[in-house]
Design a protein around this ligand. Sequence first.
Ligand code: NAD
Length: 329
Amino acid sequence: MAKKAKVVLTDYVWESLDVEKKTLEGLAELVALKTKTPEEFVSYIGDCDALLNTYAGPITADVMARMPGCKIIARYGIGVDTIDLEAATKAGIIVTNNPTYCIEEVVEHAMALLMACARKVVLYDRLVRAGRWEVPPGKPMFRLSGNTLGLIGFGHIGQQMAVRAAAFGMRVLFFDPVIEEGQHGVKAKKVELRELLREADFVSLHPPLLPQTRKMINDETLRQMKPTAYLVNCARGPIVDTDALVRALDAKVIAGCALDTTDPEPLPDPHPLRGRENVIITPHTAWYSEQAMAGLQAGAPGEVRRVLTGQWPVNVVNPAVKGKNRAGL
Ligand code: NAD
C-alpha cells in the first residue's frame, strides 16, 4: 500500500474536524494544530505534502523552504494575505482560497453594521441597559434613502452590498481599479477614491489586503470624508491606519465607525477604540453562519484532495504556477 500523505493544518477555530478527516480519508494523515505563527508550526511541516491554513502566518519564502515536499497551501478563507504568493509561485507551490463560501454573510454583516450606525442601535441599547429611555442622545440621525454608500472594492462582496443598499434607496458609488461600471450588471457609479470619500455618507471597505490597500484609510483619506460619515470595515484591519482612525474620531473628523476587522486583532484592552459611543466592534465574525461554516470546512481540504490525487484545484490564486509546480500539474 502506498504511504499516506501528510497534511498539516496550522490552525482552526471550529469544534470538529470530521469534515477534514472525511475529505482526506484513505489519502492523508491530518496533523491538526492550533498555532498562530510559523515559529509554532515549522517543526511539523518538514515532511508535509500539503498545508491547510486559517489565520496563522505569515507564510513566507523561508517557511516554504522548510517544507520542500509541500505541493499546496490551501487557505480556508477568501483573503490570502497570510501567504507570500510570489514566493509560493517561485517555489512551485499551488495556493488556493475559498472565494464564495461567505459572501452573503459578510454582506449581511456589513449592512448590519451600516444600519446599526445609521439607527444608533448599539448606542440606544447601551442606554436602555443603563436605565435610560430617551431619543436625544442619538441625534442627529438621517434616513438611509437618498444617502450615498461608497464602496471601496467592488468584487463579490462590494457588488452584493450595492444590491442591498439600492433596496434601501441608497445611491451607490464604487472605487475599484479593475472592475468597470456596469461590468456585472450591478447598478453603481464608478468614481475616483477622492470623489467617493467626499460624497459618501457611509464608506464600506471591501478590497483585499495588498501593499496598495494597506493603510489606504489614513489621516489624509479620513480628512476627505464628511464629518457626518461613518466608516465600515469588514475587510481587513490593516487597510485602516488604526492610530489615524483614533485621531479622526478624537477630532470629530468623521461621525463614527463600525469594525469587524481591526489592526491588531484582537485589539488590546484597554485600547482607544474600545468603549466609545460612536464605535461598534465585532470580533471578525462577518464570515460566520452555519451554512458558511459547512462551505468553509469543505473548501480547503477538498482542494488538497484534488492536488494529492493529481487534479488541478478549483480556486487557484497563483495561476502562474500551472505547469511549473511540485505536484507536476
Ligand atoms: P473579491 O476579490 O471578489 O473583490 C475584491 C475587489 O477589490 C476586486 O474587485 C479588486 O479589483 C478590488 N481591489 C483591489 N485592489 C483595490 C484597491 N487598491 N482599491 C479598491 N479596490 C481594490 O473579494 P471579496 O469576496 O469581495 O472579498 C473582499 C475582502 O473581504 C477579502 O479580500 C477579505 O479580506 C475580506 N473578507 C472578510 C471577511 C470577514 O469575516 N470579515 C470574510 C470574507 C472576506
